[in-house]
Design a protein around this ligand. Sequence first.
Ligand code: MN
Length: 249
Amino acid sequence: MLILCTNDDGYMAPGLGVLVEAAQGLGEVHVVAPDREQSATSHSLTMHVPLRARNVRDGWHSVTGTPTDCVMLGTQAILPRRPDVVLSGVNHGMNMGEDVLYSGTVSAAMEATIFGIPAVAVSYAGRDDVHMASYAGLLARLLPQLVQRNDYPPETLLNINLPAIPASEVKGVRVTRLGRRVFTDSLTQGKDPSGKPYYWIGGGNIEWGLDEGTDYHAVAEGYVSVTPLHLDLTNHALLRDVASWELSA
Ligand code: MN
């Protein structure tokens, strides 16, 4: 297998090293990752300036762009051929529920899915990365079960969250749906040194619903969550209802 690893925390982030270590058993691993932190850049593409890729070490390239740029360059220009699998992460911080819409980590995997390449996004659900390195072995066992199969579903990526506990204490793996935030307090307002107001997004307290079957619930109970995500955002259950509105132009 030819494997492309990327992330949104930048090529120097420890989490990427954990992912690369875990992926070694799958085949030939190449890294194409942003040259700096690109968290919360979602699925953005760099279109108005040229991109540069730098060979930072054997098999590793840094790119002056977003995670989505990295997947595009990796699959179409840098790797010797189209990769068989794209892995994204290990993100420093959870990517659950609504997070997947902001996440560069998940979007990199989504970009691979658009190209028809099986993809897995991995995130570590801790505010610090104390136990992150302990997951190399667990991921080396789990990733082949996900990607070395003939029935990998089309138009689907797998979104993994790792609980912020030592990997040796993990209770197992649960297949989950996306959770929902019930409260988030992430906008800080203040005054800059010259007295002008500023607004800063991020941090704060996030509270989640504790519904069983969700990614958040599984991780909170000490399980690794695996959530299948697909590209089709259509609300199929509502198609008939909205059609009954008899909209006219
Ligand atoms: Mn990140």
